[in-house]
Design a protein around this ligand. Structure first.
Ligand code: HEM
Length: 462
């Protein structure tokens, strides 16, 4: 049995990075110069029904702070579809549920290919990610629909494999803490991200993937904090992007090494403990005649989706709950009185509240032709080349739907009549891993509160 009184003292910080301030300063210069240019440039032009001038506080990505604060709602709601130009790019921000689905159904030119290709290119560093993107859309995503459905997760054993791996990682941590005789300290962000990273890797890839190797974790965590650089136009700047590019190359090598024996055995081999879903990805990659690096990139992309958002949601949840004694006690008591986390009501409500409240990714589409759409009696023109982003924060922070919407209320969704948050996108490209994500989060939080007594470092120092 696992002890209940382990002295895990956890600090609620996101990973700090000594080069962050310098990077930010360097990144800000071109951004500010670009902003000034666009401001001047935009003053001299007007769009009839097209993009408006950008405002400082209107950038979708500027509202996201890594600090533990309620996010600020846009001061004035800009309507269900507003358009801006940022650094020469046209953006259309959709804020009404189901509007993205309508836009997709009214124009065949609206697609996920371009944003997916950009994302795969940034994450894998592949010179030409077009072929992999095509295979992801046509072969890999259809596999995930069934494999990651509630019944698929049970029949494939993926859910059980995640739970089991998490237990063994937690036992390992307990042994380390015991050996340190109560003097070890681990940052909350490291505990959360690393546990979910390792448990997901074990469930997806089996024991031959080096998930417990500190170098693998170090590369992955560097990428988490630096991916914004690889996603930006400064990704080729040698000084700034060097660290991120080297972590990416190293991570890709890890996937290549994991795969190569199987790959060159032409499928006449089996990777020990691999999940049936990942095995099907590999068979599809072979059938489509992808290269080894592309196959590695395919696994890396899906793995990234399965770890990063789940970890950040779990982190935000823990950071909130640890500041709230009553919720903390309620979740602990639920976790210790029942082993089936899927039936824990307060935990379930807290997960939904975190998905409503925390900053999470936004669905992105690309338009390859001009289109017009009528919304609430007004006609909008979306020009070819526009990126359409669905931002549900107006919905998530709507005071008419959620009382005191800016606040975090762990018990909010005990009220079954409330509409559930919409963090997983919508339509045919809605998140394929949403069921797995909720299980991963609940399994992790429930295991953590069952076996550890948490103390918030900042409070204990007061
Ligand atoms: C809290 C955790 C998660 C959040 C908030 C999240 C959110 C999202 C969002 C917003 C999208 C874009 C949807 C759209 O474009 O309409 C997406 C796509 C996707 N997610 Fe997740 N996700 C999470 C966890 C996961 C997990 C665990 C997996 C497992 C592999 C996963 C796999 C995917 C895949 C494969 C897609 C692409 C779907 C497609 O384009 O058809 N996600 N996710």
């Amino acid at each position: 049995m696992l002890p209940l009184q382990d002295p895990s003292r956890l600090v609620e910080n996101v990973p700090s990075n000594p080069t962050l301030a310098l990077t930010f300063a360097l990144c800000s210069l071109p951004a500010l110069a670009g902003y000034y240019y666009l401001y001047q440039h935009d003053k001299s032009r007007s769009f009839a029904d097209g993009p408006r001038r950008i405002r400082g506080d209107g950038f979708p990505w500027f509202g996201y702070s890594p600090e533990r604060q309620p996010r600020s709602r846009s001061k004035v709601s800009q309507g269900p579809l507003h358009q801006i130009v940022a650094w020469g790019k046209r953006l259309a921000i959709v804020t009404k549920p189901m509007l993205l689905v309508r836009i997709e159904s009214e124009s065949k030119s609206v697609n996920t290919f371009t944003p997916r290709q950009d994302k795969i290119g940034a994450l894998t560093g592949l010179q030409d990610p077009a072929r992999l993107t095509e295979v992801m859309e046509e072969r890999i995503l259809p596999i995930t629909i069934k494999a990651l459905s509630p019944s698929g997760l049970i029949s494939s054993g993926l859910q059980a494999a995640f739970d089991q791996a998490l237990m063994s990682i937690t036992s390992e941590l307990i042994a380390k803490l015991r050996a340190s005789q109560g003097h070890a300290t681990i940052r909350l962000s490291d505990y959360v991200f690393q546990s979910i990273f390792r448990a997901t890797a074990a469930a997806f890839f089996g024991p031959t993937f080096p998930s417990s190797d500190p170098d693998t974790w170090s590369d992955f965590s560097t990428l988490i904090s630096e991916i914004h650089i690889l996603n930006s136009s400064i990704s080729k700047w040698p000084l700034i992007a060097r660290k991120a590019r080297s972590a990416r190359t190293s991570m890709m090598r890890t996937f290549v090494r994991y795969l190569e024996d199987w790959w060159y055995a032409d499928g006449y081999d089996r990777i020990d403990g691999i999940s049936p879903m990942v095995e099907r990805f590999l068979l599809a990659a072979k059938e489509e005649e992808l290269g080894l690096e592309e196959a590695a990139g395919c696994l890396f992309s899906v793995f990234w989706d399965a770890v990063v958002n789940v970890s950040s949601t779990s982190f935000w949840l823990m950071a909130q709950v640890l500041e709230d004694d009553s919720t903390s006690r309620a979740i602990t008591s639920e976790a210790r009185s029942r082993s089936d986390y899927s039936k824990a009501r307060i935990l379930d409500s807290t997960v939904h509240e975190t998905l409503r409240w925390a900053p999470l990714p936004q669905p992105v589409r690309h338009t390859a032709a001009d289109m017009a759409i009528d919304v609430d009696g007004k006609r909008y023109i979306i020009h070819s080349g526009t990126q359409i982003i669905a931002d549900m924060s107006d919905f998530h922070f709507d005071e008419d739907l959620y009382a005191e919407a800016q606040g975090f209320n762990a018990r909010r969704f005990l009220d079954d009549s409330l509409p559930l948050p919409r963090p997983f996108g919508e339509g045919k490209h809605m998140c394929k891993g949403m069921h797995l994500a909720k299980l991963q989060i609940k399994s992790f939080i429930s295991t953590s509160f069952r076996v550890f007594d948490f103390k918030s470092f900042s409070r204990s120092l007061d």
